[in-house]
Design a protein around this ligand. Structure first.
Ligand SMILES: NC(=O)c1ccc[n+]([C@@H]2O[C@H](COP(=O)([O-])OP(=O)(O)OC[C@H]3O[C@@H](n4cnc5c(N)ncnc54)[C@H](OP(=O)(O)O)[C@@H]3O)[C@@H](O)[C@H]2O)c1
Length: 263
């Protein structure tokens, strides 16, 4: 049987690297896209800044030339910013959306025509529980992930007749460099009574004791064994319980609870 072809963005470390390794173990031919190269043999590393449209087009046309098909695209590359919405520097919140949302869309637009023509393909977006539980002082991050969820769902309906499936995986805390790489703005913390630093500090503490990236990768591996991907997957049993609460609780109650925890 022919080996399946996978493209993983943000594969140089963290969750993307774990996903790339898991796919390798499942005998996929893996293309890893990032600005830097990850430490793993056997992955086809492609230098790619997903916010640079020309770079994205070049990389996908090389993959298409070499492989003639793409079976799986994992849109994983992402960054985080934090701070009070009113003080967020414009360049920071634009960059947040550019990497987490626009960059993913650009990659999808490169892979989708091929998947449509080959009448099969899977697109997985690495999202966050913040998409459905919007985090105070991480409003732009939450918005970027909510945008991904909506995009994935709509795209899935559009492309279903062509055999293309989409899925958003919503993660809670995962222990990676993401926490240290978060760009934090504490401007206004005095006005907000220290709530910015306190909320982001709490979030960082839980991220540092979060699940291993491999757990996310293994969950994705099990999803890929299914004939049909679920449109949404919350990773981790206790997090799935949070997903159930989201469906049951009125929005006002959920937001008050979030405010108590992180507000
Ligand atoms: N860690 C968590 O608690 C958590 C929770 C929920 C969701 N997530 C999501 O999981 C995904 C992966 O995060 P992680 O925790 O593995 O973080 P990470 O360790 O910081 O890895 C981020 C990856 O994204 C790549 N990346 C960043 N900007 C890029 C750009 N402009 N072009 C191409 N690649 C870029 C990085 O590679 P280069 O720097 O080499 O380009 C790196 O490979 C993100 O979408 C994040 O939002 C993480």
């Amino acid at each position: 049987m022919e080996r399946k072809i996978a493209v993983v963005t943000g594969a140089s470390r963290g969750i993307g690297l774990a996903v790339a390794r898991m796919l390798q173990e499942k005998d996929y031919v893996v293309y890893g896209l990032a600005r830097s190269r990850g430490e793993a043999e056997g992955i086809n590393w492609m230098t790619c800044d997903i916010t640079d449209g020309r770079n994205v087009r070049e990389v996908f046309s090389r993959i298409t030339e070499e492989e003639k098909r793409i079976d799986l695209l994992v849109c994983n590359a992402g960054i985080g910013i934090s701070g009070a919405a009113e003080f967020a520097p414009q360049e920071d919140y634009r960059r947040q959306m550019e990497v987490n949302f626009d960059g993913a869309v650009d990659c999808v637009q490169q892979a989708a025509p091929l998947m449509r023509k080959q009448k099969s393909g899977r697109i997985v977006f690495i999202s966050s529980l913040a998409a459905i539980f919007p985090l105070p002082f991480q409003s732009f991050y939450s918005a970027s992930k909510a945008a991904l969820n909506a995009f994935s769902d709509a795209l899935g309906i559009e492309m279903a007749p062509f055999g293309v499936q989409t899925c958003t995986m919503m993660l809670n805390d995962v222990k990676t460099d993401f926490t240290d790489n978060r760009k934090k703005t504490v401007q206004g913390d005095d006005i907000y009574g220290g709530r910015i630093a306190s909320s982001v500090g709490k979030m960082e503490k839980s991220e540092r004791s979060g699940m291993a990236p491999r757990e996310v990768a293994d969950t994705l591996g099990r999803l890929l064994d299914r004939r049909k991907l679920p449109p949404h997957k919350i990773v981790g049993a206790s997090n799935e319980f949070l997903g159930l609460l989201f469906r049951l609780l009125p929005a006002g109650v959920m937001l008050r609870l979030l405010g108590k925890l992180y507000g």
